[in-house]
Design a protein around this ligand. Structure first.
Ligand code: FE2
Length: 274
């Protein structure tokens, strides 16, 4: 089975609406990068598309409508599994994609071919950091209680493991225990705008780079923002996952530099949080 993993598309309809205008002015257009990636996907014969959160930047209904339009236009026949991140606004997402007006967390399970796909919602309203709340953990435990054919693929925005703790999901002990005692064969995350492979005990955690922009670790605990963008394509065979990185825009020119904790601390400032 082959599928694509996009993350952090940060679609933006109105540059004037964002506090990051001085930074984003230096970047090429987020929406155009995503559109290019969807066009390039024609070359890949994927079973499904996943987008692991920060689907949009400001969270407006217009941004979600644009996301829906791009997906309907370029990949109308491919199943798409959407995940919410810290930039997502549940109310507006639910309105556009589910036709419902509520702020419920968005988590679900789907069986596809011989695999089970589980999407979790690690985004907490008003917070930059992530966590899976109790009700969702109970649901996950019940959902994964029985093994499913070739195993389970789990998608969420915040990583469970990363070198810098500020990036990781909070209070992931129970989540880790549920996943490691299940048939989960891979976890797929975003949030860092950097590619990464880590292990949650025996389970590989793949973090894809952002579609909208890239971040590069610098000396002195700093991060630089670049125009680099890309996504991952995975092939799953016999419970083993092979990753191929695809670049939409390879460009490592440093456009803006911030202290790591400005971008990723629990309550990152409105002007710099990613
Ligand atoms: Fe992001």
């Amino acid at each position: 089975m082959k599928f694509v993993h996009f993350t952090d598309t940060h679609l933006l309809q109105d540059l004037e609406s964002t506090n990051l205008k001085p930074i984003f002015e230096k970047l090429s257009n987020h929406n155009e990068k995503f559109k290019q990636a969807l066009i390039d996907l024609v070359l890949e014969d994927v079973e499904f598309i996943s987008i692991t959160g920060d689907l949009i930047h400001e969270g407006s209904v217009e941004e979600y409508a644009e996301l829906k339009k791009l997906l309907d236009t370029y990949v109308p026949n491919t199943p798409v599994f959407l995940t919410l991140g810290n930039h997502d606004v549940k109310e507006n997402f639910n309105k556009v994609f589910l036709g419902k007006e509520h702020t419920n967390a968005y988590y679900y399970v789907k069986n596809l071919e011989n695999y089970r796909v589980v999407v979790l919602d690690s985004a907490i309203i008003g917070e930059h950091s992530g966590a899976i709340q109790d009700e969702q953990l109970q649901w996950l435990e019940q959902t994964l209680a029985e093994n499913y054919q070739h195993g389970t693929l789990v998608f969420m925005h915040h990583p469970i493991v990363w070198e810098e703790e500020a990036v990781c999901m909070e209070n992931a002990k129970k989540l880790t225990s549920i996943l490691t005692n299940s048939d989960t064969i891979g976890v797929f995350t975003g949030h860092t705008h950097m590619n990464g492979l880590h292990y949650i005990e025996h389970i590989p955690q793949f973090t894809a780079e952002g579609v909208a922009f890239g971040l590069v670790k610098e000396k002195d605990n700093c991060l630089s923002l670049t125009n680099q963008s890309g996504y991952n394509v995975y092939t799953v065979k016999n419970k083993l996952i092979e990753m191929k990185r695809s670049q939409i825009k390879p460009d490592l020119e440093r456009l803006y530099t911030v202290k790591y904790e400005q971008a990723f601390r629990k309550h990152a400032t409105e002007n710099t949080k990613v």
